[in-house]
Design a protein. Structure first.
Lengths: 446, 446
């Protein structure tokens, strides 16, 4: 029987990060990644296959890096875990022994219980190359696309369908705004307007009654009776943790339907860790279970679990939730808690906002207004959240906020933060948004 | 006699930041900024007047913001301070009383003692609109430009002269590389090559013997005897603190020729603060005097001094030195200490480096290799420096490093940092350079 020191189940973002970290921390261990896909798409890159990259083959996890790090890649499906024997059984009938296991089986796209969801040309965001190739071929010859779900995936897909040349694109969102669960309302509205600018239709506060067609989908019927013509429908309403194998093996499942882990990322089996979308997360701020299904959270967890394989070296402080997106020409991002979350949780908070061009002077070509909104804990003054909206610098700016949150910097420390600035790259040092937003918030604390 | 609660001397970056902060912290105070210039150029934006903006008028400090904040702008020159009477005398003969004063008189360009430096068409980077207008006119009709000094200003000017259409541009640098005092050698070489790509000539390890011409400069003679044809010469060899008025009034001058201040930014006069290039700085890392003449350091100091005007609210932990630049298509930046500095100071350090595309997958249009080099204190594991080189995201990425340094985050905390990533905006969460560089460094610490 084949046996490895470390078996990592799943070959997406968390699997890769776990493999590389395990190799760094335990140079002599035999490490294998087992996954069922022949090739794995880079998860967050999937929308960009359609309008920008032009092929799923251009959006693949770089398997060569596993080999380079002395990590074996086994292409097979784990069908069962025998925790007593410390082995797994695969679809091809192999039995493989492990000393330690990291489960990174990810998530699966939710298919809503809508009549007609099984019609042809109704798609979900499956992490499967041939499925995505098929979707690309269909979209290439499609004019009328309806996207159900106005979250990140939905809006990014709408944007990419537009780039691909689809003429009649509609996003249908159940809540009163797209991205309503991730950004404060003002930012949601700004991003909806960005879609409308390129004639993408946005239907909010709308439920889908059914998908209708004869074999192939033909239109989407809304609750209010309207019918939207649809040659293709994309379901982007979310994901759920893929825990089947772990659950079957008796790993404890928590309130978010994910595998329960402790601060070392250990499950109720002391030889099995779980990371990423299949592992339950608690909030960095409240300690309560939270659905933070982000590749960046997954890789941070993977780096903790893999360091802890044979000795507990790292602890998880909980998910901060940091993300960014780009819709049209506007990039936006969030680190930590929104004002909406703070209010709903009953946290005593103070807001500081600042806006300025992201270059200086603002007349420089390419300058974009960059808005920063910070949420501070009212009594400690500690930063607990930040939202940004502007040009491409948002991608790393939201990470600056993430660092300030994780280091628990307070408003006064941020107001005197020593940043670097450059005319072509940032706001001026006088107008620097993060610092000024902190000053504004301080004024409300005194 | 006119009297104000707060008199801010100098109307550049630190003067503006001081004025706005004073207004926020002391809403009822009467505040005035006094400066000798009618209009003040944005200091870091000056090089971009020439090739990008096309006019000094497009690069001005926004005076309107002073008025909007209830800050009076007095256009006059301070010729003397009477500390006993707490008044100043101006060039126009006015006497103005103050309760508290913040000196932000900045720095002046160094003119090296080279024969011929007084010839026509030899320029320094003067913060003066009409002087810069004249330089722009000259450069527009000039083919042969010699820039003396391969620091930021020199290289940015070379790049802009190229954009303006000057055909024969040479940068002469005394040290063995351009930017040799600010970046580690590998990065200096990369940036020199970026200039050479567009046929800007770079002459390193070269001293200038004299500037030669008849009334107007005609050529630059190097120490090795070579002569470089020059219709215009730009001196970008540095600045020195402008302390004349303060020194005359008996303020103590320190080893860097700047006004000595304590951690509250207070001079030896308990009613006079000094900030920015005219104020002495100590290093965040060593506590030793350091020449950190950056607008971003100046504004951070201004925000400390102005909060402290009538009550000590903030302390200065010393200059971290954070900056970025863009030469050709490469942006680069530094926060804190370089490897060179650590070695020369005798600090026990460990380096971690990582490189990856700044988008994911790397095949996305516009993706650029982004390299991160981190310097950690070897025994505490605390981050003390970071250098980055890549695309425009460098501008805020260097600020992420600056926050990690100021929060004294260690390599383990950075290796498990929860960042946000997006295909169009950052590296992938697996390849994220800052985190991987920390992991690499950790491997060398154990």
């Amino acid at each position: 029987m084949k046996k490895v020191d470390v078996l990592i189940v799943g070959g997406s973002a968390s699997g890769f990060a776990a493999a590389f970290t395990a190799r760094r921390h335990y140079p002599d261990a035999s490490i294998a990644v087992i996954r069922q896909e022949d090739k794995t798409p880079i998860p967050c890159g999937i929308p960009y296959i359609f309008g920008t990259l032009g092929s799923p083959e251009k959006n693949l996890m770089p398997d060569g890096a596993l080999d380079k790090n002395g990590v074996e890649l086994i292409k097979d499906e784990v069908t069962a875990i025998n925790r007593e024997k410390k082995t797994i059984i695969t679809a091809s009938g192999q039995e493989i022994g492990y000393e330690k296991m990291i489960l990174g089986t990810g998530s699966l796209p939710l298919v809503p219980p809508i009549p007609g969801a099984d019609l042809d040309n109704v798609f979900v965001m499956k992490k499967d190359v041939s499925y995505l190739s098929h979707l690309l071929e269909i979209l290439k010859s499609t004019q009328d696309v309806v996207i159900i779900g106005g979250g990140f995936i939905g809006l990014e897909m709408a944007d990419e369908c537009h780039k691909l040349g689809c003429q009649n694109i509609t996003v249908v969102e159940m809540l009163s705004h797209c991205l309503f669960t991730v950004f404060d309302e003002d930012l949601c509205i700004r991003l909806e307007n960005e879609l409308k600018k390129v004639n993408i239709q946005v239907q909010t506060s709308q439920k889908v009654k059914s998908l209708v067609g004869n074999g192939k989908v033909e239109y989407v019927e809304l609750d209010d009776g309207r019918q939207l013509k649809a040659d293709a429908v994309i379901l982007g309403i979310g994901v759920y943790p893929n825990v089947a194998v772990g659950q079957q093996a008796g790993l404890t499942i928590g309130p978010t339907s994910a595998i329960v882990v402790d601060r070392h990322m250990l499950t109720n089996d002391s030889n099995i860790f779980a990371v990423g979308d299949c592992a339950e997360k608690v909030s960095f701020f409240t300690g309560q279970p939270v659905k933070a299904w982000l590749a960046s959270v997954a890789t941070a967890e993977a780096r903790i679990a893999a360091a802890n394989l044979f000795e507990m070296r790292r602890t998880n402080k909980g998910a901060v939730s940091v993300f960014s997106t780009k819709i049209g020409n506007i990039a936006s991002g969030l680190a930590g808690i929104r004002e909406t979350d703070a209010r709903e949780t009953g946290i005593a908070y103070v807001i500081g906002e600042a806006e300025a061009p992201d270059r200086h002077p603002g007349s420089l070509p390419g300058a974009t207004k960059l808005r920063v909104k910070l949420v501070f804990h009212k009594y400690s003054g500690v930063l607990i959240g930040g939202q940004v909206c502007g040009g491409d610098s948002v991608g790393e700016l939201v990470n600056l906020l993430a660092a300030m949150i994780q280091a628990e910097m307070n408003a006064d420390q941020i107001a005197t933060f020593q940043m670097g600035t450059h005319p072509l790259l940032t706001a001026s040092p006088v107008a620097y948004q993060v610092v000024n937003a902190a000053e504004v918030a301080l004024g409300k604390m005194c």
